[in-house]
Design a protein around this ligand. Structure first.
Ligand SMILES: *[C@@H]1O[C@H](CO)[C@@H](O)[C@H](O)[C@H]1NC(C)=O
Ligand SMILES: *[C@@H]1O[C@H](CO)[C@@H](O)[C@H](O)[C@H]1NC(C)=O
Ligand SMILES: *[C@@H]1O[C@H](CO)[C@@H](O)[C@H](O)[C@H]1NC(C)=O
Ligand SMILES: *[C@@H]1O[C@H](CO)[C@@H](O)[C@H](O)[C@H]1NC(C)=O
Ligand SMILES: *[C@@H]1O[C@H](CO)[C@@H](O)[C@H](O)[C@H]1NC(C)=O
Ligand SMILES: *[C@@H]1O[C@H](CO)[C@@H](O)[C@H](O)[C@H]1NC(C)=O
Ligand SMILES: *[C@@H]1O[C@H](CO)[C@@H](O)[C@H](O)[C@H]1NC(C)=O
Ligand SMILES: *[C@@H]1O[C@H](CO)[C@@H](O)[C@H](O)[C@H]1NC(C)=O
Ligand SMILES: *[C@@H]1O[C@H](CO)[C@@H](O)[C@H](O)[C@H]1NC(C)=O
Ligand SMILES: *[C@@H]1O[C@H](CO)[C@@H](O)[C@H](O)[C@H]1NC(C)=O
Ligand SMILES: *[C@@H]1O[C@H](CO)[C@@H](O)[C@H](O)[C@H]1NC(C)=O
Ligand SMILES: CC(=O)N[C@H]1CO[C@H](CO)[C@@H](O)[C@@H]1O
Length: 707
């Protein structure tokens, strides 16, 4: 706020490369252009309405659309430009146009729509895209260079084309719910690093532990299908409307992501991980494991076709994902299922399908039904398939999702809780090490890898799985699990060559300026004191609550004041202009509770992401889950309650007692529990209200950015 923009420090810049993420080979010359001299974005009128039709999205933005988003991004850096169409560049302009896609070749030597050229001189900046999308990626380079260059971009030029066409992440939004705005903000983060694909896994269930669970328990296990339709054909399939995307919301997600060059690739998973469908129609499940569909049941394939027919019109991509992961029953049934779905989806919607690598083809067994080789395969583990020998050599396209880069949120016996970033810097030791790239399926044995220019390697997508369900994490913990992983992977997915030593310093410089998102929930502030309301100062009648932090975050209240000045909270409210504060905070409340009218459901303070409650124990509530401490607040005496967000942990401190940590208790496959830390944002929007469930006096409300 208040023009408080501090770009990269030259001290840091002196010691690190300013090549950006993904790296660019900017051929500089002496001098630099200050963006303060830039006044306009001129979109070549000849191409203003031009879109990229070669990508996966069916709703590609035009060059003009991308230019307008770019202008907004620049204004976020306090660089004001007007955006209009014209036939040529002018002094102080950023000129956007489309070039010849023959000049932009991918790693296999094919024309790419995603390349761009950039040239910077004292007259201005010119971005030439192979398509509107290529030009968009060029605008990301400009933004990054301006951030790294403290408001200036070096003179020079470059031509830059991604080596691989599919670059992105996969989110398990089935075993954990995520609101639409979280997905949209994630797309903005990915887009800044030039990732173009966000696969969203829309149906799944917690592990169906058949050794322990009865049939009834399986039919009651956490299983979700995240799309909500009122269509009679799927009545009863989804019973959780508040944790589902309506068509309107899914459209909003798809278009907001497309606006930043990211395609939402939807996945509906069957015939394994299919408990959501079996809970709907129990007769479709296999007797010995209800999470697997009985494909030979006459209603199974028709049911899945009905589901796809209902939702295909929602999806704005050329490819959809049918899951088909970890099916352990009859292989030929599985292959018949996959081919039936491929035929159905092709004939209904003219779309291709993708599956997880599960049962490789067999051309020597005459009784074996092979999956059509226009079905693309997402490889993740060698115990399922060998991507080179089983698929590529048989002319299937393969997407690399090697589980080296898997994340299982918060806790797992097998996978880390954050992307293994160091593995992105370790290529193939057999060929002399070097960096990892999407064609490397096996970093230990190069004979399992095709050549770098293999055209059937589509790229890479790194998944995050929510194996332990909805209460293992809050939404933003998914972002933190990927915060370093996205840029590290994005560099190599594009074909960049950032080194381990360069990575963190460059990311540190960039991360405070990534447009279109505030996943860290930072709040601009002139000092470490973000908000400071004190009501001890003396009697005041004004409804305006003055913020003493220097930030001017004044509040409003209709509560009355005592003679000492404290705020009497009953059915009235105090509202701040803030919403939520992410990691590294101390939220301090000084209050006196005089009555607890709803001892199990009293709201002290609510915010965008979370609610501080008394149930009657001190509780943080987020995403429908309660995280409770073993302590409560004393009544009828003034208490200081601090909520502290420190790294990936959250604590409470009452008066000067020792801190107590908020924890989550995760159910592990019905067998046992694991406790883990939980990192909950501070709620900083509202106190009180008709249904707050308590009354008392408030002496102070303060928020600091230190923990
Ligand atoms: C960045 O630029 C501003 C002027 O725009 C200048 O005041 C500041 O010293 C520069 N910072 C560094 C680290 O170069
Ligand atoms: C940028 O434009 C906005 C609205 O057009 C204006 O409010 C703001 O003051 C301008 N900022 C600068 C730095 O010129
Ligand atoms: C699958 O369905 C068929 C047809 O209804 C049935 O005969 C068979 O017993 C079922 N198999 C299993 C393992 O549930
Ligand atoms: C293909 O099937 C034949 C006959 O069942 C079997 O011997 C062979 O191992 C299979 N090949 C592969 C690669 O699974
Ligand atoms: C491989 O697949 C491509 C595209 O699907 C097709 O054009 C080509 O004929 C196939 N080649 C072989 C050897 O099957
Ligand atoms: C929490 O943070 C610590 C210290 O940075 C780290 O070692 C740990 O892996 C993190 N835990 C999770 C679940 O991310
Ligand atoms: C959705 O509603 C259910 C049932 O009332 C509730 O348990 C769940 O917490 C709600 N989800 C969210 C995200 O609020
Ligand atoms: C609330 O705290 C008490 C100890 O003060 C503890 O015995 C109880 O289990 C806690 N309740 C919940 C629901 O965590
Ligand atoms: C807590 O400790 C600080 C200094 O250590 C002191 O100023 C303050 O009065 C104490 N608060 C309470 C409620 O005991
Ligand atoms: C999380 O869910 C599990 C069920 O899977 C439940 O046993 C556990 O108590 C829940 N933990 C919290 C903190 O709500
Ligand atoms: C708790 O109170 C809020 C606010 O009145 C209300 O919306 C919610 O339904 C209540 N929850 C329970 C579990 O009673
Ligand atoms: C050299 C040239 O074509 N200049 C034109 C650039 O565009 C402006 C307005 O868009 C014209 O006024 C110039 O004549």
């Amino acid at each position: 706020m208040h023009g408080l923009i501090r770009f990269g420090s030259s001290l840091l810049l002196a010691s690190v490369s300013a090549r950006g993420i993904p790296t660019t080979a900017f051929a500089g010359r002496d001098g630099k252009l200050s963006l303060s001299g830039i006044n306009s974005i001129i979109v070549d009128s000849q191409y203003a309405e031009s879109t990229n039709t070669k990508g996966e999205t069916l709703i590609p933005p035009s060059l003009q659309d991308f230019a307008e988003t770019f202008a907004k991004d620049l204004s976020g850096l306090h660089i004001n430009v007007s955006c209009y169409t014209g036939t040529n560049a002018s002094d102080g302009s950023i000129f956007l146009t489309i070039g010849n896609s023959k000049d932009y070749l991918d790693v296999a030597g094919r024309e790419s729509a995603e390349g761009y050229s950039l040239s910077v001189s004292d007259e201005g900046i010119k971005i030439v895209g192979a398509s509107s999308l290529g030009a968009w990626w060029g605008t990301r380079t400009v933004l990054q260079q301006v951030i790294l260059g403290n408001g200036s971009i070096p003179y020079g030029s470059l031509t830059d084309t991604p080596e691989w066409g599919t670059r992105g992440m996969m989110l398990d939004a089935a075993r954990h719910w995520y609101p639409a705005d979280f997905l949209i903000e994630m797309c903005a983060y990915m887009s800044f690093f030039k990732q173009n694909t966000f696969q969203v896994h829309l149906s799944d269930n917690l592990y169906n532990n058949v050794d322990i669970y009865s049939r009834e328990r399986s039919l009651d296990l956490y299983a979700r299908f995240r799309l909500w339709s009122d269509d009679e054909a799927v009545a009863g399939l989804n019973e959780h409307k508040n944790e589902s995307y309506t068509r309107e919301q899914f459209d909003e997600i798809q278009s907001a992501c497309a606006a930043r060059g990211v395609t939402i690739l939807p996945e509906i998973e069957a015939p394994g991980h299919a408990l959501p469908f079996v809970q709907w129609k129990p007769e479709l499940g296999l007797e010995d494991d209800l999470s697997l569909l009985n494909i030979s049941h006459p209603e199974t394939i028709p049911t899945m076709k009905t589901i796809w027919s209902t939702f295909l019109p929602w999806f704005h991509t050329k490819t959809v994902h049918i899951g088909a992961d970890e099916y352990t029953a009859e292989v030929n049934d599985y292959n018949i299922f996959v081919n039936s779905m491929a035929d159905h989806i092709q004939s209904e919607a003219n779309k291709s399908i993708r599956i997880w690598g599960t049962f490789p083809p067999n051309y020597t067994d005459p009784g074996y039904i092979n999956i059509y080789n226009n079905v693309s395969v997402q490889h993740w583990e060698f115990f399922e398939d060998n991507p080179l020998y089983d698929y590529i050599l048989n002319n299937y396209t393969v997407l690399n999702s090697d589980d080296t880069f898997y994340v299982v949120n918060k806790w797992s016996g097998s996978y880390p809780p954050q992307v293994n970033v160091s593995a992105t810097f370790i290529g193939n030791p057999n060929t002399g090490g070097g960096l990892w790239y999407p064609y490397v399926f096996d970093a230990r044995n190069s004979s399992n890898n095709p050549s770098r220019d293999e055209p059937l390697v589509l790229g890479e997508i790194a998944p995050l799985w929510n194996d332990y369900g909805p209460n293992a994490t809050v939404y933003s913990e998914t972002f933190y699990a990927w915060r370093r992983g996205i840029p590290a992977l994005a560099d190599k997915q594009w074909g960049g060559n950032l080194s381990a030593a360069e990575f963190d310093p460059v990311l540190e410089l960039l991360r405070n300026f990534i447009p279109g998102q505030n996943l860290e929930r930072t709040i601009p502030s002139v000092s470490s004191s973000i908000l400071d309301y004190s009501f001890d100062a003396g009697y005041a009648t004004s409804s305006a609550i003055s913020d003493e932090s220097g930030n001017g975050y004044d509040g409003a209240s209709d509560c009355s004041r005592t003679e000492k000045g404290s705020l009497l909270v009953d059915t009235c409210t105090l509202t701040t202009p803030l919403a939520s504060k992410g990691r590294e905070y101390t939220l301090a409340l000084s209050l006196l509770l005089s009555s607890l009218d709803s001892p199990e459901n009293a709201t002290l303070l609510s915010g965008r992401d979370s609610t501080l409650m008394l149930t009657p124990n001190i509780t943080l509530f987020q995403g429908g889950n309660y995280y409770r401490l073993n302590s409560s607040l004393p009544m009828n005496q003034r208490v200081d309650l601090n909520i502290i967000g420190r790294g990936n942990q959250t604590f409470a401190k009452v008066n000067n007692q020792t801190e107590e940590e908020f924890l989550t208790k995760m159910g592990i496959n019905g067998a046992r529990f694991e406790w883990g830390p939980i990192a909950i944002e501070a709620p900083v929007h509202q106190i009180g209200g008709d249904n707050a469930g308590w009354s008392g006096e408030l002496f102070a409300l303060k928020l600091k950015s230190v923990a």
